[in-house]
Design a protein around this ligand. Structure first.
Ligand code: AVJ
Length: 332
């Protein structure tokens, strides 16, 4: 990794003590509102610290979690068509890149069409970005990788500063964590950073039978349960809280009316936790739940609607044979 490149868009690097403090402040801010609300909730972005990002990587390799391998298969079948449709001389940008493990398929195709490439992976997790930089650097010597540590807000901000014709990747059904109205706002903000000729590639999971969906969010090995519980483990680590992880149960439900998977942590008994950094006592009755995630599952109509409402024109879609997952190319 090029020294300093991780910090290209940031402030001068803080000491690790200061970094810890900054991280904890952000975590405290993110947790405060939902822990004081009834019903209780926590924002899904809190999943992705170093432990959570690693657990998510494990989820993507589970046989039950069809999303990642299905989207990868779509890229493997259609990378040529996708890049052809996106246009010549592209700079790739990926929002919520994580370790960018599927993106290498598109990069490989890109580098067959142009001798050099530029890739900006954007993610909140420095450890995931570091893995991406290492892997891609090894695999593609003609590729320049400029990682950006940022959440969606900061990431969209960074899009404005990238010159050249952009293909913005917003894949992996990350959009699914947003409420429909929020997702329109997010897409609209992305659209405003695009210039003529730029494009968005949106990967989104399709609505399907709960027989397929439920095991994808509640695997028998308990990796998803561990991923879900890590949100409380993180509050214990960063905010010095004392949540008893064994006293919460992972719950995944299909909400057909809202077309979304929902994840909860359900208190198995009456209990209380103290969060020193928030100076807050949190009480739970037996069976009381903390809502930790929504993952929206789309119909083609929903995709058309959110893209239209955010000012995009849907140009082309690719899907797998079973219609489990879709990848959509859109322009301003
Ligand atoms: C990364 C938001 C796409 O919703 O499927 C995986 C996160 N949650 N298992 C998803 C997740 C439970 C994932 N996204």
């Amino acid at each position: 990794m090029r020294a300093g490149s991780l910090w290209e868009y940031g402030w001068p690097m803080a000491t690790s003590k200061q970094m810890q403090f900054l991280a904890n402040e952000a975590t405290a801010l993110a947790a405060r509102e939902g822990l004081s609300a009834i019903p209780r909730w926590l924002p899904a972005k809190l999943f992705y610290d170093e432990v959570g990002s690693a657990l998510f990587e494990q989820i993507t390799e589970l046989p039950e979690y069809y999303l990642t391998r299905t989207e990868r298969a779509i890229f493997e079948s259609y990378a040529g068509e996708i890049l052809q449709a996106a246009g010549p001389s592209l700079t790739l940008v990926e929002l919520g890149a994580g370790t960018a493990s599927k993106t290498c398929i598109l990069i490989e195709e890109l580098l067959q069409r142009q001798s050099r490439g530029l890739f900006y992976p954007i993610d909140v997790s420095p450890s995931a970005l570091q893995a991406a930089v290492m892997q891609l650097g090894r695999q593609f010597p003609q590729l320049r990788v400029n990682p950006i540590i940022a959440d969606y807000t900061g990431g969209v901000e960074a899009l404005n500063r990238i010159s050249g014709r952009k293909l913005v990747l917003y894949i992996g059904s990350s959009i699914g964590n947003f409420e429909p109205d929020e997702s329109v706002r997010v897409l609209r903000r992305i659209r405003r950073t695009l210039r003529m000729g730029d494009a968005l590639l949106l990967g989104a999971d399709f609505a399907k039978s709960p027989k397929i969906l439920l095991p994808a969010y509640d695997d028998p090995r308990g990796v998803t349960a561990a991923f879900n519980k890590n949100i409380l483990a993180r509050l214990n680590r960063e905010l010095d809280a004392d949540f008893d992880l064994d006293a919460f149960r992972h719950v995944a439900l299909w909400n057909k009316r809202c077309s979304r998977m929902e994840m909860y942590l359900e208190s198995e008994c009456p209990q209380q936790a103290f969060v020193p950094a928030l100076d807050m006592d949190v009480e739970f009755g037996a069976g009381e739940r903390i809502h930790t995630e929504n993952s929206y599952k789309y119909t083609m109509g929903m995709i058309e609607t959110i893209l239209r409402e955010s000012g995009f024109k849907l140009e082309q879609s690719w899907r797998d044979r079973q219609k489990w997952f879709g990848v959509h190319l859109a322009r301003v």
